[in-house]
Write a protein that binds this ligand. Sequence first.
Ligand code: TXA
Ligand code: MG
Length: 355
Amino acid sequence: MKTEVYTIENPEGPLSERDLAMIARCGDIIKKGGLVAFPTETVYGLGGDALNPASAEKIYAAKGRPSDNPLIVHICEIQAIEKIAQDIPEEARILAERFWPGPLTMILRARDIVPRKTTGGLDTVAVRMPSDVTAREFIKASGGYIAAPSANISGKPSPTTAGYVLEDMDGRIDAVIDGGAGAIGLESTIVDLAGDRIQVLRPGYITDHMLSEALGINVGTDPALLDPNCKERPKAPGMRYRHYAPKGEVIPVRGSADRVFTYITEGLAKAKLEGRKTGVFCSADNADRYDADVVRSAGALDDAEAAAHVFYTTLRDMDDEDVDIIYVENFTDLGFGEALWNRLLKSAGSKWEEA
Ligand code: TXA
Ligand code: MG
């Protein structure tokens, strides 16, 4: 299969006539049961018709993903939840009004119209309304319900550009809409509104603090995410798999800034002696201080947004450069930093080192 690339002229909007015509063509591909990757404000999605079980099967095949790992249904207007979800709690309506369109996914009780292939066999459905202009126009052109996981091969870092989508998906899908780099860089927050209590199943840009404030209750995070040794399994099936992983070994280092710098410097020297190709992901201040084969940096250690924005790109760059060992400095794990730390731990196989 040849994968067409459609490049959006004006991704920030307003979309040009040419953009709209390309998006309409991509909508037709979806309606006929095809697959189109598209930009969102988080990462690129691999879209198919959410209400067509055959499309869900194609998505699992293209990604090489286990079919018990459910897909997120992307919508372009709030009312669209009525057709696919039932027993929608008041809290869901409050969060939708407050955070949609945006990087928040809600788990709701599914109606029968949603194929169980899309939900990975579950009676709940994950729903999100992205803020990206191109994404919403594409969802509209496709009939309003797009099932989309991140557009990477299962287990690899999520793609933040159309180029990375093609690295994984060229020849496996009908088309890619190139709308530039996603603003956020990490996947949406997932919040469960179908279980016994409202909780975050995957941290993201919308923090538990923001959700708590909007609802006036204390919204916690799935305990299995915070403690890698927790006996319980994460409630979002996707969080159980090894994930977001580059080929090289990722080593997050924790501790005070000085000690982390010394620890990583020594680690790099040792790795070099062993003949390993070395990489570091660090704050901008330290970028010139490390002697590594590949150094990538972002903002300050307390700037989670800057680090998250380039995190997956950095992991993929390290792969492209065949780096064997990747040290990562101690970026904040507060606020949005919790999401960064969560993905970093997953990419490292749930381990870190103390400086
Ligand atoms: O930002 C995002 O959410 C991106 C963009 C493309 O929208 N999408 C994304 O999809 O990250 P994916 O498939 O890579 O991750 C979906 C996560 C998985 O961990 C999956 O297990 C979980 O959502 N999930 C989906 N439906 C669920 C459900 N009914 N109950 C619990 N977890 C669910
Ligand atoms: Mg994913």
